[in-house]
Design a protein around this ligand. Structure first.
Ligand code: ZN
Length: 387
């Protein structure tokens, strides 16, 4: 139930409603006509949530854009200067391309190549401050988990999850649980906190997929849990992973804050992975983690099918607010989804009817493979240290 002004006035100690940090910068921004990040994502979520009456102004915060000096907790001044210069010049030298990974097929020069990631990073930095007394914040533009200190990597120019964790820590959270259900391993986040026993890291990602890090044996200081999964991961397997690994680990760790990277590229319709979840699997993780810490920050991440990512991330906001997700969307919401286009270099993709009519996918249950069960058991066996 949304909180009214009356309720806030009569109960000043009540937890504030979840807040959504967004920006219009994402609406027309594209990495280029051939790049997977040419599709609209955050703007779809904002439009759908507003059309459904789920995003009143009181819950929306316009993301600030971080200054370079605010990003040096993780990134080098040299890299930040190169990134700003690349945006200004709209080109890079070969030296910059080699050293900083800018102007590559993955991380091309594009119009807002500093301003856009600095806006997502600004949201993550602000979230850490706003959560200092607890609460729930959603920043679907965040989750750029591949960014490295001195170079762009894997479509990510900055690493806003790392900056979020640092900000949460500056604002009173000591023990932080980072959970990542994107199809790709969060190599930048693991790099940042591999030696930090106060940052629990759990990642579920497709095995043998770029960046090919995140092996099950990488334990960090005992607080890193990597679960590589074979192609074809289904909802039933994800439920096992949630209840037998993720939730017990987070509960035993006892975090002051949870950061969930809720990338949307592990669903069947996404072109960047061969995992076959439905969005129900993601929503179950979002809901189940919420009671386990007083501060909860939910970020986006990957997601390259404009319909599946828009529907999944709008559903995340509904889950955080306890809204019922309608079986059939009203006409205005269907109109937003129906107006999306997904032009590829070779062909135009056409949506399936339920990508327009509904937010919720049909569940994709299936058998639990022995490898999934065995790897969950192996990792779960390592959590005894906190009991
Ligand atoms: Zn991904």
């Amino acid at each position: 139930m949304p909180m009214t002004d009356d309720m806030q006035a009569s109960d000043p100690g009540a937890t504030p409603p979840p807040r959504f940090i967004g920006s219009e910068i994402y609406r027309h921004s594209s990495y280029g006509s051939w790049h997977p990040l040419r599709v609209p994502r955050v703007s779809t979520v904002m439009d759908l949530a507003r059309s459904l009456g789920w995003l009143p102004p009181a819950q929306f915060i316009t993301s600030p854009r971080a200054k370079p000096s605010a990003l040096t907790g993780f990134h080098t001044p040299e890299y930040l200067s190169a990134l700003q210069a690349a945006e200004a010049m709209q080109e890079v030298t070969e030296d910059v391309r080699q050293r900083h990974g800018l102007g590559t097929p993955s991380n091309p020069v594009f119009k807002e190549m500093y301003r856009r990631p600095a806006t997502s990073a600004g949201a993550s930095l602000l979230a850490g401050e706003l959560l200092n007394h607890g609460g729930v914040i959603y920043s679907p533009a965040g989750g750029t988990h591949h960014g490295l200190p001195d170079r762009a990597n894997g479509f990510c120019y900055l690493n806003d999850p790392v900056l979020a964790i640092q900000s949460l820590r500056r604002n009173g959270a000591r023990r932080i649980a980072y959970v990542d259900i994107d199809a790709h391993h969060p190599d930048g986040v693991e790099y940042a906190f591999a030696d930090d026993p106060d940052t629990l890291q759990i990642s579920v990602h497709e095995e043998n997929r770029w960046p090919r890090t995140g092996q099950i044996g990488n334990a960090g200081k005992g607080q890193v849990f990597n679960l590589p999964v074979a192609s074809g991961l289904n909802d039933t397997e994800m439920r096992l992973i949630l209840h037998d690994l993720i939730l017990p680990l987070v509960a035993d760790f006892g975090p002051d804050a949870i950061v969930l990277q809720c990338g949307a590229d592990a669903v069947t319709e996404d072109p960047q992975s061969r995992l076959t979840l439905s969005n129900n699997a993601h929503w179950a993780v979002v809901a189940a983690l919420r009671p386990l810490a007083p501060r909860y920050l939910v970020l986006g991440g990957g997601g390259y099918n404009p319909w599946s990512v828009g529907r999944l991330w709008t559903g995340v906001w509904a889950i955080l607010n306890n809204y019922d997700i309608p079986d059939v969307l009203p006409p205005t919401a269907q109109g937003i989804l129906g107006a999306l286009t997904w032009a590829g270099p070779f062909r135009q993709h056409h949506p399936e009817p339920h990508w327009i009519a509904t937010l919720r996918d049909v569940p994709r249950d299936g058998p639990i493979r022995d490898s999934v069960r065995a790897n969950v058991r192996q990792l779960a066996g390592r959590r005894a240290v906190w009991r």
